[in-house]
Design a protein around this ligand. Sequence first.
Ligand code: DQA
Length: 147
Amino acid sequence: MKTVYVLNGPNLNLLGSREPTIYGSATLADVQVLCEQACARHGLALAFHQSNHEGQLVDWIHEAGRLHAQGQLAGLILNAAAYTHTSVALLDAVKGTGVPLVELHISNVHARESFRHHSYLSAAARAVMCGFGVAGYSLAIDAVAQW
Ligand code: DQA
């Protein structure tokens, strides 16, 4: 059974109470349930994590990379949150491991402030999705299941 990694970056632990007009009212625990249900539909295992710390996210990308090297990774879905717009370290981790990446954002970052329009990750992503709300997570798992 292959595994889908779903990694969430800074402040996503606040989902549900954080700027609900932008991010909605679902909590990160609700998102995890959505991901578990999507993985169960496709016979995939799920590794689901959140951290506010860049290095921890790098470590989890490396972990996903080891599974990828063994042919056991279905894909990595990464909502790097604000690190999307700042982190060369996350880009290097994705490139260095060769993991098949979906860059995901709950909001439509292109309809927001201009500093959210640039992503360091997009260049290394197989797919980018944004603006579907938390439903994007299960849509992304549906897509990864076809890879
Ligand atoms: C986000 C968009 C980012 O610009 C922001 O910093 C986040 C969340 C999203 O899911 O829409 O924290 O990645």
